[in-house]
Design a protein. Structure first.
Length: 99
């Protein structure tokens, strides 16, 4: 199973300079669904610095990070437990603030 993750430019340094990542999540078991949380778990294993920017110490998606699956905010779906189909596009948008 393959999922594409698109990152904002503010996070590309933590992703090795990449703004798009292709993640091979393998194949879930017959009763298992790949979720947004599983996508973030894979990102965390591959890119720990990126994970620290996306999730807090308890593993929850940080509130300043918005995640869209197929153009729909996952907060309006099932949050981090939203199922992710094969070939899906997951967009991550991080609020940027400065002084």
């Amino acid at each position: 199973m393959t999922v594409w993750v698109v990152l904002p430019s503010a996070l590309t340094d933590d992703a090795g300079g990449h703004s798009e990542l292709e993640l091979d999540l393998g194949g879930p078991g017959p009763d298992a669904a790949v979720t947004v949380s599983a996508v973030f778990d894979r990102l965390g294993r591959q890119l720990p610095a990126l994970e620290r920017r996306l999730r807090d110490e308890q593993g929850a998606i940080r509130r300043q990070v918005s995640v869209y699956l197929g153009g729909i905010d996952i907060r309006t779906l099932s949050g981090s437990e939203t199922p992710v189909p094969d070939g899906a596009l997951v967009q991550i948008i991080a609020a940027v603030s400065g002084t």
